[in-house]
Design a protein around this ligand. Structure first.
Ligand code: SF4
Ligand code: SF4
Length: 443
């Protein structure tokens, strides 16, 4: 927000509403077909236009935000599909981000305490996170997790949430630590620092290993430095203070007097957050500049791999990998919101997938509404499970109709949501991260 905005702080937890931003919406409704919650419910107040209207009314009238209005705002996925669709350039992200701390402050006290504990005491500490992952893996190996599914109709909210958690939890793999430094003999084309992420490294550790192999194959010297959670889950839950602490910590950890290597990210959600640090720390003079320098180094893995002749190289290595790899697969690409809408990265994953499909003789089809959210949206699927499943239903309908046997995406949240959809429908469809699909073809 610019300094001459008419900004008001309103309500508990201080929503920051800008008159200028709210007035930029001309209520044309062109964003409605791009909004997954509007498509799932058909309700105006579950649309971007409706939500902007609610906030504008609140700013005008002051006082308490009505509980129903707060629910409509809470049900927003934050997917930013509306921002891409809006011809007037409404900055919906800034509008929503301004309201989120207030929504967090209204949350049930116990739930908020559990969330804040997870954001500060679990996610940023990779050692604790790995212990949590191992415990989850043991529960799954002993098949105790299937017990949780039986709680879906329980009268106790806590048990119902346990069932939801089980539904969205993939099989946790055995965690293999990433090597601190990797390279291969011969000419080096560059150097990269891998941002492994917290959710990604616990649930999809093999994706980070695949990404590392691809980066090394491209000729990079790859380091996995000390790092912490990017803060995206805390930020999108309205806990800005936690996100700021994590942002400062990551900036300091990646700053180095000797190099300025690119920071390569395998999770679209983390990448969007890391690129958002300059906005997050804009009002902190000692950090604003450092945040901007940090953000210019951040790249999604697909951006790094699409540079140079890597797509052509992928095509030739995939076609040379032998007849077993010629799967004749039907591939579709689901664009993660935080890659397409938040980072504007579209061409690179498509180029890599086209090269892959050409290399292995597979068919790459356009998925209808490929850029529409799948309903995962961080922890949205746990907080708003019923609407999340409605949004997922629409996505799965298109996947099923496409006849795909492989869905490729670039975000761990999308992967676990789509895997839950595949499991619920008993489909014979694999969900893979782009890194995994590329790496598998070149093994
Ligand atoms: S957000 Fe943009 S597209 Fe949606 S109603 Fe407002 S001006 Fe129209
Ligand atoms: S962010 Fe997504 S869910 Fe929220 S209003 Fe925009 S399109 Fe709809």
């Amino acid at each position: 927000m610019s300094s001459n905005d008419s900004v008001i702080k309103i309500g508990a937890g201080e929503a920051t509403l800008s008159q200028e931003l709210l007035d930029s919406c001309i209520h044309c409704g062109l964003c409605l077909p791009a909004c997954p919650t509007y498509l799932a419910t058909g309700r105006e107040m579950e649309s971007p236009r409706g939500r902007i209207y609610l906030l504008a009314k609140w700013q005008e009238q002051g006082g308490e935000l009505a509980p129903r209005a707060a629910e409509h705002l809470e049900s927003c996925l934050g997917c930013l599909g509306c921002q891409t669709a809006c011809p007037s350039g409404v900055n919906y992200e800034a509008i929503l981000d301004g309201a989120r701390p207030h929504l967090a402050a209204r949350r049930n006290g116990l739930l908020r305490m559990v969330l804040r504990f997870s954001f500060t005491e679990i996610l940023p500490h990779y050692g604790r996170l790995k212990v949590f992952g191992s415990m989850l893996r043991t529960v799954q190996l002993l098949k105790f997790d299937s017990l949780a599914a039986k709680f879906s109709t329980s009268k106790l909210a806590f048990l119902r949430k346990l069932a939801d958690f089980q539904m969205f939890t993939p099989v946790v793999p055995n965690h293999i630590p990433l090597p601190k430094k990797s390279w291969r003999a011969g000419t080096k084309s560059g150097a990269a620092k891998l941002f492994s992420g917290c959710v990604m490294d616990v649930f999809y550790n093999h994706v980070n290993h695949a990404a590392l192999r691809l980066l090394v194959r491209q000729g990079n010297i790859v380091e996995v430095p000390e790092q912490t959670c990017c803060g995206a889950l805390a930020y999108h839950a309205g806990e800005d203070d936690i996100a700021r602490v994590l942002a400062r910590r990551n900036i300091a950890l990646f700053e180095s007097a000797v190099d300025n290597d690119k920071i390569v990210v395998t999770s679209a959600g983390c990448g969007a957050m890391l690129k958002h640090y300059p906005v997050l720390l804009a009002n902190e003079p000692q950090w604003a500049d450092r945040a901007s320098k940090f953000a210019t180094r951040v790249q999604d893995l697909s951006q790094t791999l699409a540079a140079g002749n890597f797509p052509a190289d992928t095509m030739s290595c995939a076609s040379a990998a032998g007849p077993e790899s010629q799967t004749k697969a039907h591939i579709v690409y689901h664009a993660a919101c935080h890659l397409a809408h938040a980072q504007g990265v579209r061409a690179e994953p498509q180029a890599l997938l086209s090269a892959l499909a050409a290399g292995i003789g597979a068919h790459l089809y356009d998925l209808p509404e490929a850029e529409h959210c799948c309903g995962s949206a961080g922890i949205y699927n746990l907080l708003n499970t019923s609407l999340s499943l409605k949004v997922l239903d629409r996505k799965m309908k298109f996947i099923e109709e496409s006849g795909a046997d492989l869905v490729v995406t670039c975000n761990p949240g999308c992967m676990l949501q789509l895997e839950a959809g595949v499991k619920a429908r008993g489909l014979n469809v694999k969900v893979k991260h782009l890194a995994e699909a590329l790496d598998d073809a070149c093994q």
